[in-house]
Each structure stands twice: as structure tokens, then as C-alpha cells.
Design a binder for this molecule. Structure first.
Ligand code: ADP
Length: 187
């Protein structure tokens, strides 16, 4: 069974944590646009410098730049056997671009992780200390949540429309949540 999966969910829902575990379980690459941007930023590439302006304010990097970066990543052979996307798409325009990129071998599932956003704010702010991320201050976190509500939430309806959305309660133990997702994906 080939898995071509998108992980959706609010900032702090645990997408990154679950992405690594699911990728390991299914032996597929986890592709995180947030990670790709951070790599570009730490290398000081042109794309990284451009993206930093948006990321540090808690805004989305423009679709054109983001889609270009994902397209480039999809040129690697390792996505042939499946993949898991973490943090992409985040807008309907990106979702359209992804569908076009994948062509006949479209997504097999979109997993939406559900948490109470108010509950995860302290978790996000706490992450600034442990991971040293420049976008985890209180003000920027609030902006990221606002952006999620306005630009990313519409993807719920988008993928319901495609009949591939799978909703997961993402409150609980990390292991338990992984098993919930695996159960849904193997059904
Ligand atoms: P989180 O899931 O905690 O919000 P990410 O690591 O996924 O964090 O993303 C960090 C930042 O990178 C986002 O706030 C945004 O600025 C940028 N980013 C990541 N993915 C995308 C995307 N698909 N489109 C636009 N910007 C993105």
C-alpha cells in the first residue's frame, strides 16, 4: 500500500512529531516545508532570506515561493514510493498546485489533527526556549493561529470535497495518537 499523505492541523497540534513517527512506520520520507525553510534560513540562501521576513512575523511565505520549493523537493526519487507532507499545503492555492503536481498519483489521505488551539498556545511559546525557533514568541504565535484560521482552515472543506479527509483527535499521549492515525490509514 502506497501512502501519499498530507498532515493538517493548527500550529502546535503535533504535526511535526507525528510526521516523523509515521514516516518511520511506513518507510516514506516526511517533507516539512517549515523544516525546508529553516534549512534555507540557516544556510543563508536567497530563498531563506526571502522566507525569513514572513516566517518571523508569523505569516505565510507567498504561495509562489513555497510551491517552487516543494516542486523542487518532489524531483527527488525518494517520493516515488510515497511521502508524507507536514505543513504543506497551507492555502487552497497550494492544494491546487499539489494536485496538479501529483497528477494521476494523487493523495491517498489527508489526516487532520484536532486540538483545542487555546490549549496549545503555551506549548508553542515554550518551544521557543527548547528549539530556539525565532517564530515562537507570544505575539508571533497568535499571528500564526490567526493565519491558520483564515488561510489553512478552508482546506478542511477542500479535502472533505475530495472524500479523503480523515479527522483524528490529537489530544492525548503521543504514542496513542500515532496508533490512532495508523489505524485510520490502514483501514
Ligand atoms: P508550525 O506547524 O508550528 O506552524 P512550521 O514549521 O510548519 O510550523 O512552519 C513555520 C513557518 O514556516 C510558518 O509559520 C510559515 O511562515 C512558514 N511555512 C511553512 N510551511 C508553509 C507553507 N506551506 N506555506 C507558506 N508558509 C509556510
Amino acid at each position: 500500500m502506497t501512502h501519499r499523505i498530507v498532515l493538517l492541523g493548527a500550529p502546535g497540534a503535533g504535526k511535526g512529531t507525528q510526521a516523523v513517527r509515521l514516516a518511520d512506520r511506513f518507510q516514506i520520507p516526511a517533507i516539512s516545508t517549515g523544516e525546508l525553510f529553516r534549512q534555507h534560513m540557516s544556510r543563508g540562501s536567497e530563498l531563506g532570506k526571502l522566507a525569513a521576513n514572513y516566517i518571523n512575523d508569523g505569516n505565510l511565505v507567498p504561495d509562489e515561493i513555497t510551491v517552487w520549493m516543494v516542486r523542487d523537493r518532489f524531483r527527488r526519487e525518494d517520493v516515488q514510493g510515497g511521502f508524507l507532507l507536514d505543513g504543506f499545503p497551507r492555502t487552497v492555492a497550494q492544494a491546487d498546485a499539489l494536485d496538479e503536481m501529483l497528477g494521476e498519483n494523487g493523495l491517498t489521505a489527508v489526516v487532520e489533527l484536532w486540538v483545542d488551539v487555546e490549549e496549545v498556545i503555551p506549548r508553542l511559546i515554550g518551544r521557543a526556549a527548547t528549539e530556539g525557533r525565532s517564530d515562537d514568541t507570544a505575539e508571533v504565535v497568535r499571528q500564526r493561529i490567526r493565519v491558520y484560521r483564515e488561510q489553512t482552515k478552508p482546506l478542511h472543506e477542500f479535502y472533505v470535497g475530495q472524500g479523503i479527509l480523515r479527522e483524528i483527535n490529537a489530544v492525548g499521549e503521543i504514542d496513542q495518537i500515532t496508533e490512532r492515525i495508523v489505524a485510520v490509514l490502514e483501514r
